[in-house]
Design a binder for this molecule. Structure first.
Ligand code: S3P
Length: 426
């Protein structure tokens, strides 16, 4: 199991254009290409374990993929029954969205994943899919992977989800595209909306009205996708926190999606006192631009709404909260418990190891800002926990164990971190 020792950072001024491409958009781009009539072109696809697994799966489903290392071209004659078991690796997004895509396809499909993914709840997608006629089974009565899907015809639905989850919403939108009538999906709070934006851009009849999405089944194949994947704000956020906790530092993060459902953590950091500005440079499927972050003394805040807009950034935001003056409170974030690790437990345990006072609740935590101390923290196989505590090390030095997981979303993380501090990887 590899580990890294990070040294405290001196002040820095940086501009980074190589933040890893967006994971959510990369997954979707290769899946949605299977629904198009013609060749989809994807530039700046995220070449990390999670999304490369999705690319491998679409190949197994019969897609023709040409990849020159810069541009990926995908075409297909529809979904074919695969010879292989479909391995989603560590990716909940991969598994849940493929459930929606495959439920109505002709054939038999088996979806599996690594030991972490095989522990994560799938009933949130298998139950609504089964209720509209999907034939899915898995361990624990269909809650845990491996999942077996026998494609079948799906009924039109009106589904009101209790969880604000883009994975559940996207799964059901994909199912709706081939259901036997108009479908409506309602969520309790708006979750990230890449699926709606991308499918509408491809000509699908997907209409969003507040929290309700109405989907008309496809009457013909969609227009191929032509996309350059923007940088991932969730990956960029580690470097935003790096600048926000290192006195006299500033950073510009280039080419990031500025989709409002994805940059809430930057807004939270702004509320804590960091000096942040946004520059819009493009708008195709999504607004895209640069984010500048300058150090300023931070103070504690409460986070209790729009949780799904910053769910992936909460571990890194917790590091900023630990460095802020006063108390910070995170509430209504129970979903953190079913991410790549139980992120309430891993954040609380890691911060306590660093000498920070933290109270743990069922749906969040309270952090009393203080002086971070150097510690040895285990990632629990969770990429965002590993990267968050490495960033904490910029303040006080840190040893973080179990780093392979970082390759699921941000393979060039250490290359970029080297611009800020010294480290020893073993
Ligand atoms: C994602 C949605 C979120 C997020 C995950 C990616 C997506 O999960 O945590 O990293 O691409 O749809 P939930 O929808 O389950 O909250």
């Amino acid at each position: 199991m590899s580990s890294v020792r990070v040294s405290p950072a001196e002040s820095f001024t940086l501009k980074i254009s190589e933040i890893a491409p967006d994971k959510s958009i990369s997954h979707r781009s290769v899946m949605f290409a299977m629904l198009a009539d013609g060749v989809s072109e994807i530039e700046n696809f995220l070449r990390a374990e999670d999304t490369l697994n999705s690319l491998e799966i679409v190949k197994n489903l019969g897609a023709r993929v040409e990849d020159d290392g810069t541009l990926i071209k995908i075409s297909s004659d529809g979904i074919q029954e695969p010879f292989e078991i479909l391995d989603c690796g560590n990716s909940g997004t991969g598994m849940r969205l493929f459930c929606g895509l495959l439920s109505s396809a002709e054939g038999h499909f088996v979806l599996t994943g690594d030991k972490y993914l095989r522990r994560r709840p799938m009933k949130r997608v298998t139950a609504p899919l089964i209720s509209i006629g999907a034939k899915i089974d898995g361990r624990e009565k269909g809650d845990l992977a491996p999942l077996s899907i026998r494609g079948s015809s799906l009924k039109a639905f009106h589904y009101e989800s209790k969880i604000a989850s883009a994975q559940v919403k996207s799964c059901m939108i994909l199912a709706a595209l081939r259901a036997d009538g108009v479908c409506t999906y309602v969520e309790p709070e708006l979750s990230r909306d890449h699926t709606e934006r991308m499918l509408s851009g491809m000509g699908a009849d997907v209409h969003v009205d507040g929290l309700q999405t109405t989907i008309k089944p496809m009457t013909k194949l969609l227009t191929p996708l032509k996309i350059r994947v923007p940088a991932d704000p969730s990956s960029a956020f580690f470097f935003a926190v790096a600048a926000a906790i290192t006195p006299q530092s500033s950073i510009i993060l280039e080419g990031v999606t500025l989709n409002p459902t994805r940059i809430e953590a930057f807004k939270a950091l702004e509320r804590m006192g960091a000096d942040i500005s946004y520059e819009l440079i493009d708008n195709k499927y999504e607004p895209i631009g640069n984010i500048s972050i300058k150090y300023a003394p931070l103070h504690g805040i409460t986070i209790e709404e729009n949780i799904s807009w910053l769910i992936d950034e909460l571990p890194a935001l917790s590091i900023a909260m630990a460095c802020a003056e006063g108390e910070s409170l995170v509430k209504n974030a129970e979903e953190l418990r079913v991410k790549e690790s139980d992120r309430i437990a891993t954040v609380v345990e890691g911060l306590r190891a660093c000498g920070i006072e933290v109270d743990e609740y069922k749906d969040g935590y309270k952090i009393v800002g203080g002086e971070l101390q150097s510690a040895r923290v285990e990632s629990d196989g969770d990429h965002r926990i590993a990267m968050s505590f490495i960033i904490a090390g910029l303040r006080c030095g840190m040893e973080v164990i179990d780093l392979e997981c970082i390759n699921t979303s941000f393979p060039n993380f250490f290359e970029l971190l080297e611009k800020i501090t010294d480290m020893e990887i073993s």
